[in-house]
Design a protein around this ligand. Structure first.
Ligand code: A2P
Length: 310
């Protein structure tokens, strides 16, 4: 899909982008290069993915003019106290002068006192475990830090020219409301886990009201997704002559937000870019999956050292 949506800055963002989490250096380089050759113009990365180097190299090697590619990276929890410095390090790794979007990766600041190296910055400190049960507004209480303070710094980054827009990721409605209540700027984007088993209806409605663009990560249900073996999805895919991945991606596109499928396989990268006409009746069937399959599937909390949603 070459469709775009408009951010609250006025900039346009391609509705379909390539995800790069859990890609090795070589995989990330090849996937990004292939995606750009296949028509993608939106690449989503993050410092903690530890592959900004190859992602940036592929962007530079692609031959596609920089101003035609929308590049996102994210601030990791070890650097909430100095997002500008973190962004400078990301740009250095990417080999780029600016990104189009810089996101707070999680609304959680780690205590990372004394950290100076990339290895330290791009880690989940032991201390993170201590954050597990903390109130979202009371993280790292000794240092008196929280995501509102982080956003106070991040909201001003576009003025540096190092990023064109700023936003957040993994923020709940309550987290977003806390920014608003503090009189801070409205994020351009909130990137969250979003697929038929976690449809995020409430968050989507809130974001729409506030002009925040929602981005879907793990739109296919992430690694070892149960969605690929679902009979309903398989039959929709078969009757339309498309893949289950395409059904899932087109369901997201039809709902109007940004969709960020990840793949390191060239044929899948191409496949995932293809739009087809998802009929209303099939769209509804996908929307009902959360009821038929049952429980919400939260992928990230198995890995993250903190709760995802209230
Ligand atoms: P791979 O990178 O080996 O292709 P998500 O975007 O929800 O995080 O899901 C990504 C997962 O789905 C990855 O494990 C990815 O594996 C796999 N995947 C991506 N595209 C497809 C596709 N078209 N068909 C099957 N699996 C896919």
């Amino acid at each position: 899909s070459t469709a775009t949506v408009t951010l609250n800055t006025g900039a346009s963002i391609p509705q379909l982008g390539l995800g790069t989490w859990r890609s090795t250096d070589e995989e990330a380089y090849n996937a990004v290069l292939h995606a750009l050759k296949s028509g993608y113009r939106h690449i989503d990365s993050a410092a903690i993915y530890k592959n900004e180097g190859p992602v940036g190299k592929a962007i530079r090697d692609s031959g596609v003019p920089r101003d035609q590619i929308f590049v996102t990276t994210k601030l990791w929890g070890t650097q909430h106290r100095d997002p500008k410095f973190a962004l400078e390090l990301s740009l250095k790794r990417l080999g780029l002068d600016y990104v189009d979007l810089y996101l707070i990766h999680w609304p959680v600041a780690f205590n990372a006192e004394g950290f100076t190296t990339d290895e330290q910055f791009l880690s989940v400190p032991e201390k993170a475990d201590g954050n597990r049960d903390l109130d979202w507004n009371q993280q790292d209480p000794e240092a008196g830090w929280n995501f509102k303070k982080t956003w106070e710094l991040v909201q001003d980054l576009p003025a540096t020219g190092l990023t064109r827009a700023v936003g957040v990721s993994n923020f709940s409605v309550n987290n977003l409301k806390a920014l608003e209540a503090a009189g801070l700027k409205t994020p351009s984007v909130n990137q969250v886990e979003l697929h038929p088993l976690l449809p995020q209806d409430e968050l989507i409605a809130y974001a729409k009201e506030k002009g925040i663009i929602i981005e879907a990560y793990s739109p296919l249900g992430s690694q070892d997704s149960p969605l690929f073996s679902d009979e309903i999805l398989k039959s929709i895919a078969e009757s339309n002559g498309v893949s289950v991945a395409q059904v899932l991606i087109n369901w997201g596109l039809k709902r109007g937000y940004v969709v960020l499928p990840k793949s390191v396989h060239t044929t899948r990268v191409e496949d995932n870019f293809k739009v087809f006409d998802l009929k209303e009746e099939d769209f509804e069937k996908v929307s009902q999956l959360v009821k038929t399959i049952g429980e919400k599937r939260l992928i990230v909390p198995n890995w993250a050292p903190f709760p995802t949603f209230e």
